[in-house]
Design a protein around this ligand. Structure first.
Ligand SMILES: Nc1ncnc2c1ncn2[C@@H]1O[C@H](COP(=O)(O)OP(=O)(O)OP(=O)(O)O)[C@@H](O)[C@H]1O
Length: 230
């Protein structure tokens, strides 16, 4: 279980409170107005922002003081997640070994991860030689290899067209099901939330609310959320 226990995250004068927990394997959409603190929430869980108050636990273990790399967490951001000068295989290999000293077994795992995301045999290419959708798949392959139980997605496919975005969300869903990962995904698109996430966290007015069932929330949103959804 991932638990946010009386957590308060601050960035400058901005503050966000969160006090809830999610079961392992849950899929959560994180929605709310621009600037409300969705990325702040993810960065707090990932360890890029230290909470001013409270603690974050994973399976009962306090992870609040751990560096990002030591947390049971992988993050996929919206911006390009790849190094342009490294081959696709080496970009993926970074998920296994940041020093890129990959032995034969590591290389086989990289190739298997590329095959899993539908890019078999593409390892020698540079990211610039791939389409946007293929680059998203490479970033996903790296996350897959890291095998962390919590996956944080910050609008990772916002730059893709609707059909490609649906395809990528379906792929993330399949991979999350296979690995049992807990997934939190920031999105501005209610359709993504419906398609991908059984539960939704609404971030607004300085609070990341406890997750609630996505369908009923979007069918009959509270006033503040209704304004945001338009
Ligand atoms: N480095 C920073 N220093 C000070 N304030 C910051 C910093 N980064 C973000 N903020 C403020 O924190 C608040 C929350 O930002 P955050 O990026 O978490 O919002 P968001 O909900 O993810 O927005 P969007 O949907 O636009 O990406 C904003 O008011 C922002 O101005």
């Amino acid at each position: 279980m991932l638990a946010l226990d009386g957590v308060r995250l601050t960035q400058g004068t901005f503050a966000l409170a969160a006090d809830w927990a999610v079961e392992p394997g849950a899929r959560l959409a994180v929605i709310g107005p621009s600037g409300a603190g969705k990325s702040t929430l993810l960065m707090g869980i990932a360890g890029f922002i230290d909470p001013a108050e409270g603690r974050i636990t994973w399976e009962g273990r306090d992870i609040t003081g751990l560096a990002p790399g030591a947390r049971p967490v992988s993050v996929l951001f919206q911006e390009e997640n790849l190094f342009g000068h490294l081959s696709v295989a080496r970009n993926v290999g970074l998920g296994l070994r940041p020093d890129l000293r990959l032995d034969a077994g590591d290389k086989a795992r990289v190739e298997a991860a590329l095959a899993r995301v539908g890019l078999p045999g593409m390892g020698m290419r540079l990211p610039g030689e791939l389409s946007g959708g293929q680059r998203s798949r490479v970033a996903l392959a790296r996350v897959l290899l890291r095998q962390r139980p919590v996956l944080l997605l910050d609008e990772p496919f916002a730059a893709l067209g609707p059909a490609l975005k649906r395809e990528m969300l379906a792929l993330v869903g399949e991979i999350a099901d296979e690995s049992g990962a807990t997934v939190l995904m920031v999105t501005h698109d209610p359709q993504d939330a419906r398609a991908f996430a059984g539960q939704t966290v609404v971030v607004a007015e300085g609070r990341a609310a406890a997750p609630v069932a996505t369908g009923p929330l979007l069918d009959d949103p509270p006033d503040g959320l209704r304004d945001y959804l338009g």
